[in-house]
Design a protein around this ligand. Sequence first.
Ligand code: PMP
Length: 399
Amino acid sequence: SSIFAAVEMAPRDPILGLNEAFQADTRAEKVNLGVGVYYDDNGKIPLLAAVKIAEEQRQKLAPPRGYQPIEGAVAYNKAVQTLLFGANSALVDAGRAVTIEALGGTGALRVGADFLNRLDPKAKVYISDPSWENHRALFEAAGFEVGTYPYYDASTRGVNFSAMLEALNSYAAGSIIVLHACCHNPTGADLTLAQWQQVIDVIRSRNLVAFVDMAYQGFADGIEADAAPLRLFADSGLEFFVSSSFSKSFSLYGERVGALTVVTADRETSARVLSQVKRVIRTNYSNPPTHGGIVVATVLSDPNLRAQWEDELAGMRDRIRLMRTQLVERIAAAGVTRDFSFVIQQRGMFSFTGLTAAQVEQMKDAHGIYAVSTGRICLAALNSRNIDAVAKAIASVIA
Ligand code: PMP
């Protein structure tokens, strides 16, 4: 018999399943709001000019393709630390940050999870309720038991902060808390800086381990502003983990560019930690690919390219904001009296619209507009040609 006879069909990834259904839909007016990707006003994934120039420079040099070090390129890892902690970081200067180049934000989370599991396989991991759906799967795959802490409050469309804090206060020492640095996926609801400080205080007093996921740096208020929670962590003196993704901020999804940064107590601890994180990598994929990391490092270290990139990133951020205000205006113009202004307050690529699964289904069936059944829509998939249709469809399904 087949060695695969006992292999059962795995459940379909809900978002990829949505994409397949969208592809198969023959209606010309169809719109896919289910994805987590930034599209420009023409509905295309942009190739940023700064990226293109850096790629052309590299192409001209035609460098040989030797292996990278296990931890990736030094210039890249330094550049990541500067994005996270600023140009003059005492933490970085003290040798407290260990950064390794990873295969996207997902790869960074997984290397961090595998390393943490070797330190304490019995620790419990807590993710926000709700969270990016891969957080749970990824930490479970690394061997952890995963629970949730209260986060989103549908009645206020904001964070239920008192419930969150109470939960954090009840967890056993050593528990790992996965936090979204900004642009919370899927809700778009972020903590205020004052709330971050309270979270940090509880993490310290309860001896918890923070794992901050930074997948959208630059998409809320800007590169520096979005790193403000990390700067509070840096000031706290705590040890913590950060995963970075450049999939969205550099529009380099398929190149798999990310990084894991582990902040330790001191330089000596950093050396020991790096040696063990390298073992995790070596036995997994050995070393990261060259292209994406070098492109990102080139852009971040060249003042002209860096300015160009910041401009382009601001352009993406501003376009999403415009789509937020226009969607709210057009839903109201379509005769809806329910207040949708919360969409303007939410940050990042997503909005939790409050649409029910049945309403989402109806949008798909009647209008060819695809969203996640939780009511999450991607604002970056809206554009000047489809936004009217989307607003009218929302109006019609909630009527
Ligand atoms: N964390 C969050 C919160 C995300 O939304 C995503 C991707 N959408 C990731 C991590 C993973 O990013 P990457 O595609 O770079 O692996």
